[in-house]
Design a protein around this ligand. Structure first.
Ligand SMILES: [Zn+2]
Length: 81
């Protein structure tokens, strides 16, 4: 019995060097260059590192990428400042 995948497994290399599936990349072009540098897409590892390092708060990141208000409210509840 074989498995039939619905899509191809499209791998990309993030600017950090990590190879990951393309659907794990986050479009950060809406962020100011002071935050994102020359990066246009980042992997989930970079996303969490940026937040942990204080480059941007999770709430500000969610706002910048146009996350729904419910998601922003959930972040605020889970990660109070
Ligand atoms: Zn990365």
């Amino acid at each position: 019995m074989s498995t039939q995948y619905l899509t191809e497994n499209r791998l990309v290399r993030c600017g950090c060097g990590r190879v990951t599936n393309v659907n794990m990349m986050l479009d950060v072009r809406a962020l100011p260059p002071a935050v994102r540098g020359n990066r246009e897409y980042i992997c989930d590892g970079c996303r969490e590192r940026w937040i942990r390092e204080g480059r941007i708060s999770r709430e500000a990141l969610y706002r910048a990428i146009g996350a729904p208000a419910e998601a922003i409210a959930r972040v605020r509840a889970l990660e109070p400042r």
